[in-house]
Design a protein around this ligand. Structure first.
Ligand SMILES: [Zn+2]
Length: 494
């Protein structure tokens, strides 16, 4: 199964201190005390050092802010027990520096919330505290059960401190109550909506992007723009899909659970809203836009796209120029100008989402489409015969250029979008040069920044090696005699 991360995270600094992907499914939570009233950033810096040799999945700082240092999918180095950390989400909590290592109220409150969030996303509806080491470690949790463990069982430590240890039962009770009050968690069972449930942001974008790319011809609108709209609006609606998307992309503020005002719900799967578009003569035209309670992403994207492409105003497309537009910034502006969004920052928001998740990489149409935005790998744009390949995905084009010295990646307009750092030019050596001037310096290294050895008497010399260096455009040549280097600017190659 896949894993998600908490949308409560406000600060992320991934630590190198972890064992890679966990080998056991998550069924434990282990709260720890930091032994310090730290900030999320301070804890992040500490775990970021490889010499620390420790980490946790999450941290809750002195102000109740949640940091992430090891993604949930990975096994953190936190509880002095491989067996525990392979299956546990570990949480470091800011605490006092001496026993009982008390947490501030805001920290404890946040810990409860974070545990609820972790349980929900991992399909658990019950958090259990047995208060007994042997019983806990010998217990096989049923599906839906999450178990609390403590560091002191695995090492000679007080962690999580007597303050927290005394509250483990309270924590379990409060979390379970919240989970069962809200319908027993969101353990969706293979529904279409769960397609996003266990994915990281990046994986979700990939998955959604692939779905969209396959279906692009139908929509005529850039994948990047539609994907960004989907992400931005993923908080709307109470459907499981919306909420899962919302959790993944962290668009918490827009999770309003609303439906469109003036829309009607058919009781099963579809919202219908009649929008009134005014014609040039002042008469109204009624357009019916169907907003489904989307059960799958394709539907959501296809409907949004169809709406944007189809919306007419005064017998004219409201979003004129949108169809087939290949510049996402332009497309977003067209949508904004057409009145789709009232938010003043809509363009910036959508563009920043597109850039954050590199959604423009999905803006290639397949061969049947009218617009193909290939990334081409050539020596120069003009020299199409040198083309090594054409790629829809920029990363793949970059890889090709990296493997072929002298090649660059061009976008569809012929602009260089990527140029690998050039290695030393491969010059065939040895070769002969003729020196005609009498005051050419021989230097101890390849550059005018190296000391002068002597003048080079006019004559013919053998160059064994060429290097780039300060003060010479053509580079520096190493003399066979071993005495030093000549600027090839003043030599004639024979
Ligand atoms: Zn600990």
């Amino acid at each position: 199964m896949g894993y998600t991360n908490s949308s409560m995270v406000v600060y992320t600094k991934l630590s190198p201190n972890h064992s890679g992907q966990r080998t056991m499914a998550i069924d434990r939570i282990t709260p720890h005390c930091v032994v310090g009233q730290c900030t999320a950033e301070g804890l992040g810096d500490w775990f970021y050092k490889s010499s620390t040799q420790a980490s946790s999945n999450y941290g809750i700082d002195k102000d109740g802010r949640v940091g992430m240092y090891v993604e949930e999918k990975n096994r953190s180095w936190c509880s002095s027990s491989n067996a525990n950390d392979q299956r546990a989400i570990t949480i470091e909590c800011a605490s006092d520096t001496t026993e009982p290592y008390a947490f501030r109220d805001v920290v404890y409150k946040r810990l409860i919330e974070l545990c609820i969030d972790i349980c929900k996303r991992n399909g658990k509806n019950k958090l259990i505290w047995f208060g007994d080491k042997d019983k806990t470690l010998n217990y096989s949790p049923k599906s839906g059960e999450m178990i609390l463990t403590v560091h002191r069982w695995f090492a000679n430590k007080s962690c999580p401190g007597n303050w927290m240890y005394a509250r483990m039962g309270d924590l379990a009770e409060k979390v379970t109550k919240a989970l069962q009050g809200s319908g027993g968690g969101s353990a969706s069972k293979g529904t279409q909506a769960s397609v996003l449930k266990d994915l990281s942001e990046a994986d979700a974008v990939k998955k959604v992007g692939a779905l969209f790319t396959a279906d692009q011809k139908k929509s005529g609108i850039l994948a990047s723009v539609s994907l960004a709209q989907f992400i931005l609006e993923s908080g709307y609606g109470k459907s499981e899909l919306a909420q899962n998307a919302n959790n993944i992309f962290g668009m918490k503020c827009s999770l309003s659970g609303n439906t469109w005002s003036g829309s009607s719900w058919d009781g099963k799967s579809r919202y219908t809203k009649k929008t009134q578009e005014q014609n040039a003569d002042g008469s109204y035209e009624t357009i019916t836009a169907d907003f489904r309670k989307y059960s799958c992403i394709e539907d959501s994207i296809a409907d949004h796209s169809a709406y944007l492409i189809g919306a007419m105003n005064g017998k004219k497309l409201r979003y004129d120029g949108l169809k087939g537009c290949t510049d996402y910034k332009k497309a977003v502006q067209i949508i904004k100008d057409g009145g789709y969004a009232t938010s003043l920052t809509y363009v910036e928001k959508l563009c920043s989402i597109i850039e954050k998740w590199k959604l423009a990489d999905y803006d290639a149409k397949d061969s049947g489409g009218e617009v193909i935005r290939w990334y081409r790998v050539r020596k120069s744009w003009a020299d199409s015969k040198t083309q090594k390949g054409a790629y829809k995905i920029l990363d793949n084009a970059k890889k090709c250029a990296d493997q072929n010295p002298g090649y660059k990646v061009f976008d569809a307009d012929g602009k260089v979008v990527y140029e690998p750092k050039t290695a030393e030019p491969a010059v065939k050596v040895p070769f002969l040069v003729k020196v005609s001037i009498s005051d050419l310096n021989i230097r101890s290294g390849a550059g005018t920044n190296f000391t002068r050895v002597q003048f080079c008497p006019p004559g013919v010399y053998t160059i064994m090696e060429v290097k780039a260096g300060q003060g010479s455009k053509a580079g520096w040549g190493r003399l066979k005699s071993g005495i030093g280097w000549l600027s090839l600017d003043f030599c004639q190659k024979l």
